[in-house]
Write a protein that binds this ligand. Sequence first.
Ligand SMILES: C[S@@+](CC[C@H](N)C(=O)[O-])C[C@H]1O[C@@H](n2cnc3c(N)ncnc32)[C@H](O)[C@@H]1O
Length: 260
Amino acid sequence: MARTAAVWNPAQYLRFAGERLRPALDLLAQIPLDAPAHVVDLGCGPGNVTAMLKQRFPAADVIGVDGSAEMLEKARATVPDCRFEQADFFQWQPAAAPDLIYSNAALHWVDRHEVLFPRLLSCLAPGGVLAIQMPTMHDTPLRRMQLKVAASGPWAEQLSGIVSAPDILAATDYWDLLRPHAASLEIWQTTYMHALSGENAVLEWASGSSLRPFLDRLPDGQKEAFRQAYAEAVRPHYPRRPDGTTILPFQRLFLVAEKA
Ligand SMILES: C[S@@+](CC[C@H](N)C(=O)[O-])C[C@H]1O[C@@H](n2cnc3c(N)ncnc32)[C@H](O)[C@@H]1O
């Protein structure tokens, strides 16, 4: 089942804008297009990456698409030279066939990639490009501790059954899904060593993304206790360095497909 983009907090998400921008730019650098006319930023969030797309392709009509009204409000205010539309990934239909569908750190929030990804490729204009980046952090303490803390506190019943972002597919599965319909396909993975500052840096990072579905479910009186329990649980896995920095190794999968 597709999850909806419920309550996103743009300010919390943007606390680590620098670290979150780096993979977006690395993906942008691999797009084999000079002057696409129609560009879509799917899951555009607060629009900071949409602005980068507009900078790279100034002549393009750039449209940001997102399910969250809060994120779109922020995006419209900060990127006035792009258009923004509210839609769920599975319902969205482009009015004109895009030359580029770009998606940074968004599509891992939904499952059914075996349906969604080929559909996105088929939406493109001939020779168009699908460019996607998603975290692959399911089997790391950052994510495992969320489930462990959720299952072991006074909130266990309330949080049972919550899955944050679902597991994405294996890189080879994306190859099998897209290669038959692609003129070219590049897939790669990178582990970024995000250098975070602050006392509970991993907690603050997760509070703007994967911890959000758990926090959303809790009453205000329990949110802080849950956050602190999570901070304690992840601390031994991501100890602060002697200079006070916390290093968060963060794996990401990239793919760039050109429509056949
Ligand atoms: C982590 S943010 C990424 C934002 C932006 N692409 C960036 O790189 O900063 C993920 C975005 O995906 C959106 N999203 C998640 N599930 C969605 C869905 N089913 N349909 C539409 N948007 C969704 C959220 O609203 C959120 O803005």
